[in-house]
Design a protein around this ligand. Structure first.
Ligand code: NAD
Length: 489
């Protein structure tokens, strides 16, 4: 069956190109899907433009748009098992994690459905005269390009699709070329929920060919991108000549700060979860462990002892607690960062190699790795390796912890562990990051904004600001009793 969805029709790529999708857990063929190129991208943009300029969706009442999103949430719940399975086959992540993702995705659609239906962002403005009606209304931005990564394929897509549709936009979605399947299913569910033809369009394919036109084309009004820093810079530059709105959700190199007075057991447990969940392929992963001097030795010993015992395995292995990396190329990159760290003086405490279990031979596995005695100038500390690699740095006091924590170009997330809540709050206040956890790691809710500071990007997803990204504010001034002003007399 064709997998590109353009103007309400399923279609193959104009040039007849296809791509093999393989499961990273064992390199088995999942499916062969259509591979779009620039002509398919142009057709999808044209369909989205037509649906925005002449279609019913932008003029559909907000309450009705909200109801459609709520129907999509119900359909996502109905098809949760198939969606979770498809996500796990594409990404190699544990089935149970994909199932959690699907619950979060349905909640995201439900949140934006209710927010859209409630309306209320328009407001009357006091213009200083009873003879003027002055109000600020919120309109959709127009045609949106939505470009998403492979680590949380449908979740990152939902954070964009739900508010974009809620605000009345039309869109072209391009998921990662490595993980297309849940996006294909989502298109079917949007159509089943009653979304008009052309409001949602899907192209599959590589960034430079299928993706690039989505930020260059003058018919697109907004690009919302989640992915790596280098691609983000390219997209921002490509969008500049046509002055599109741009929102960038980029990488992170997130500090997890542990003070000597932290709850030891809880902090060790969360330090492991912060970095080794999904083999570190999480934008908010706690990849930099900063430990206060007095606690350092005991804490790192405890983390290493448990990291050595984390069982690896494929999505359907019930004993596995973390899975493979997404591709051979990505594992090569992670290995290169570890090698560079060791050459620069880091001390290998565990991992640092591929597993020797023959059952894992065909997948892209890499052992949970802890590098101790790291320094900020090491590339494995400064750059996002996006793998199961925890770097450890020591600090003396609050001030040094903050200097280290804020000492990268990124500012996505961070955490602080202390039983002195005053100190924890002081440090949280001074962390330059879009999300900060105190005595916790990783939780988020759709009601709270998510996004980065510094080179982790700009714009916000989720929360009321996540809807506002997809809206234009327009001031409408109505003179109720116009009389000649005789300005030029
Ligand atoms: P990537 O930048 O390689 O690719 C992301 C998407 O961009 C893919 O769909 C890709 O095909 C597309 N793309 C590539 N080049 C393009 C171009 N020139 N024009 C248009 N599209 C192009 O990122 P990835 O490896 O898929 O994902 C991992 C990255 O995503 C990590 O850096 C991670 O931190 C980040 N991420 C961030 C968040 C967040 O919320 N901030 C969430 C998830 C992932």
């Amino acid at each position: 069956m064709p997998e590109l969805f353009i103007g309400g029709q399923w279609t193959t790529a104009v040039d007849g190109q296809v791509r093999e999708i393989r499961c990273p857990a064992d390199n088995t063929l999942v499916a062969t899907v259509d591979e779009a190129g620039p002509k398919d991208a142009a057709a999808a943009i044209a369909a989205a433009r037509e649906a925005f300029d002449h279609g019913p969706w932008p003029d559909t009442p907000a309450a009705e748009r909200g109801r459609l999103l709520l129907r999509v949430a119900d359909l996502l719940e109905r098809d949760k098992d198939a969606l979770a399975r498809a996500e796990s086959l594409d990404t190699g992540k544990r089935l149970v994690e994909s199932e959690y993702d699907m619950d979060d995705i349905a909640n995201c659609f439900r949140y934006f459905g209710n927010l859209t239906a409630a309306g209320g962002s328009d407001r009357i403005v006091d213009a200083g005269s009873p003879e003027v009606d002055s109000r600020v209304v919120h309109e959709p931005v127009g045609v949106c390009s939505l470009i998403t990564p492979w680590n949380y394929p449908l979740l990152q897509t939902a954070w964009k699709v739900a508010p974009a549709l809620g605000a009345g936009n039309t869109f072209v979605l391009k998921p990662s070329e490595l993980t297309p399947h849940t996006a294909i299913i989502l298109m079917r569910l949007l159509a089943e929920a009653g979304l008009p033809d052309g409001a949602a369009n899907l192209i599959l394919g590589a960034g430079p060919t299928a993706g690039a036109p989505l930020s260059e084309d003058r018919r697109v009004d907004l690009v919302s991108f989640t992915g790596g820093l280098v691609t983000g810079r390219r997209i921002m530059a490509a969008a500049a000549p046509t002055v599109k709105k741009v929102a960038l959700e980029l990488g992170g190199k997130n500090p997890n700060i542990v003070f000597a007075d932290a709850d030891f057991e809880a902090a060790v447990d969360y330090a492991l979860m912060a970095i080794f969940l999904h083999s570190g392929q999480v934008c908010s992963a706690g990849a930099r462990l900063l430990v206060q001097d007095d606690l350092h030795d005991a804490f790192v010993d405890a983390v290493v002892e448990r990291a050595r015992r984390i069982p690896l395995g494929g999505p359907f292995d019930e004993h596995a607690r973390t899975g493979p990396l997404i591709s051979a190329a990505h594992r090569d990159k992670v290995e290169a960062y570890v090698a560079a760290g060791l050459a620069e003086g880091a001390v290998l405490r565990c991992g640092g190699t591929r597993p020797d279990d023959p059952a894992l031979r065909d997948g892209y596995y890499y052992l949970p790795t802890v590098l101790d005695e790291c320094t900020p100038s090491m590339s494995v500390v400064a750059d996002e390796s996006f793998g199961p690699v925890l770097t450890v740095e020591r600090f003396r006091d609050e001030e040094e912890a903050l200097t280290l924590a804020n000492g990268t170009v990124y500012g996505l997330a961070g955490a602080v562990w202390s039983q002195d809540i005053g100190k924890a709050q002081r440090v949280a206040n001074r962390l330059r990051a879009g999300t900060v956890w105190i005595n916790d790691f990783h939780p988020y809710v759709p009601q709270a904004e998510w996004g980065g500071m510094k080179q982790s990007g700009f714009g916000r997803e989720l929360g009321p600001a996540g809807l506002a990204e997809y809206q234009e504010a327009k001031h409408v001034w109505r003179n109720l009793a116009p009389t000649p002003q005789r300005w030029f007399e």
